[in-house]
Design a protein around this ligand. Structure first.
Ligand code: F6P
Length: 457
């Protein structure tokens, strides 16, 4: 192969530039040109195929900085419809015109789905990324546990867990680039909220991202919240209220972390079911934290706080905070940069070895620590062809204590023990209060990359 393409699809993560950098460096060593496609699959849908040559003279362009968050190529959630064969043929034709012989898609489960029909037309592999840490399997046969059934004209998808003895050395893709940085951010958020909750004797509910997977919530335990609620385990409301009161009686403040996808005992997503009205009377869809807040306000009641001389209203004592997109943005921590770059390099090797429809994975075992490998993308699909988001394994969570279990702690330790580099901290020290930040406007990478964009024809 002389020329390959790379694109970043789906929601961004902080380590995407590191993945691209790893791919470009490895390709350059192998004398392969790398063209980056702009805004994920949306570039391929554009007849002009906007692209950037990322390694002229087999050196990475200076704009490609592995320590920068986001992606210099831009990202989007546009995918190629796999039923639209005419369009897919056009895309393959365009790539052929540009002499692209292989494609690296950097993304998560949605991206694998987008990549699959293309992999039937040219070699295509995936380098993983997602802050949600939900791309992979807890053990290789997990995918066979999914069942699809017809019920009242609707398809019911559920899981019939097997009797596999869980061993984290058999996890497929132990952790995805982006996760460590997201946890770095959310754990710090928890620590910061704690001291203000302590001072004002309040109850804080902090919502973290992750969709239906609770990995970010689990990792946020590093910030020492009192309770961690993950989507995999329905919120047991009675016990929750008891625990919150117990903690509040003891320490006069409580910090709860909840994953945005937490569900109630009926299996309904709290964030999706709660509606409230904003001050103007408009219906505002509130998130999981807000739903939990409303529940606690109602269950604990004003009298409880009055009796403790902590104000008149439960709703003043209980507040929420979303960590939000700060989890997804900014400089990636050392762990993410290191392994994202290795996975990018591995993806190049996989293409050159003749692989297609495979993904680079980050594995872990006690003797080797972390190492990269490859995995057949079809082995992530159930018998109906679906890829399911990996969920936190039940053994990682102590549902009674609402905290990571001993096994969950064992899972987190190898990732986070050395996740933050000295340079990550030095970077904050040197860059945050740089005088120039006040005087100069922000200079966007998009402006520089725009000058390098070329089109087909
Ligand atoms: O999948 C990554 C993720 O950050 C989720 O954790 C979150 O629910 C979602 O994307 C948010 O997406 P958007 O930025 O499109 O609102």
């Amino acid at each position: 192969m002389k020329r390959i393409g790379i694109l970043t699809a789906g929601g961004d993560t902080p380590a995407l530039n590191a993945t691209i950098y790893g791919a470009v460096v490895r390709a350059s060593q192998l004398q392969v040109e790398v063209y980056g496609f702009i805004k994920g699959f949306s570039s391929l849908l554009n007849p002009r195929l906007p692209h950037v040559h990322l390694n002229p003279l087999f050196r990475p362009i200076p704009e490609l900085d592995a320590t920068m968050g986001g992606t210099l190529l831009g990202a989007s959630r546009d995918y190629v419809d796999n039923r639209n064969t005419a369009l897919l043929d056009q895309v393959a034709g365009r790539l052929g015109q540009l002499q692209i012989e292989g494609l690296i898609c950097v993304g998560g489960d949605g991206t694998i789905n987008g990549m699959q029909p293309l992999a039937e037309r040219l070699p295509a592999v995936l380098a993983p990324k997602t802050i949600d840490n939900d791309l992979g399997l807890n053990y290789p046969s997990e995918v066979d546990e999914w069942q699809h059934e017809e019920e009242g004209g609707k398809e019911r998808v559920f899981r019939r867990p097997g009797r596999v003895k869980f061993d984290r050395e058999y996890m497929v893709n132990y952790v995805t680039p982006g996760y460590a940085t997201a946890v770095f951010e959310s754990a710090q958020g928890v620590q910061r909220v704690r001291t203000t909750a302590e001072s004002h004797r309040r109850i804080a509910i902090i919502e973290v991202m992750g969709r239906n997977s609770g990995y970010i919530a689990l990792g946020s335990a590093y910030g020492q919240p009192d309770l961690v609620l993950i989507p995999e385990c329905p919120v047991r409301t009675k016990i929750l209220v008891e625990r919150v009161k117990e903690l509040y009686d003891l320490q006069k403040n409580v910090v709860i972390v909840c994953g945005e996808g937490v569900i109630d005992e009926q299996g309904r997503e709290l964030g999706a079911v709660t509606q409230s009205t904003d001050p103007a009377g408009n219906v505002a869809l509130s998130g999981a934290a807000e739903a939990l807040r409303q529940f606690l306000v109602q269950e604990i009641g004003d009298e409880y706080f009055r009796s403790k001389r902590r104000g008149d209203k439960a709703r003043d004592a209980i507040f929420t905070r979303k960590v939000g997109h700060t989890q997804r943005g900014g400089r990636p921590v050392l762990f993410d940069r290191t392994y994202a770059a290795q996975l990018g390099g591995k993806a190049v090797e996989m293409l050159l070895e003749g692989q297609s429809n495979t993904l680079a994975v980050l594995q872990w075992n006690k003797t080797q620590g972390f190492y990269v490998d490859s995995f057949d993308a079809n082995r992530l699909r159930d018998r109906w062809g679906h890829i399911h988001a990996r969920q936190v394994h039940p053994s990682f969570y102590d549902a009674e204590g609402m905290q990571p279990s001993a096994t969950g702690i064992e899972y987190l330790l190898p990732i986070f023990s050395t996740a933050v580099g000295h340079d990550d901290l030095e970077y904050i020290r040197q860059s945050l209060f740089r005088a120039g930040n006040l005087m100069l406007p922000y200079h966007s990478i998009n402006t520089d990359v725009h000058r390098r964009i070329r089109y087909l024809g």
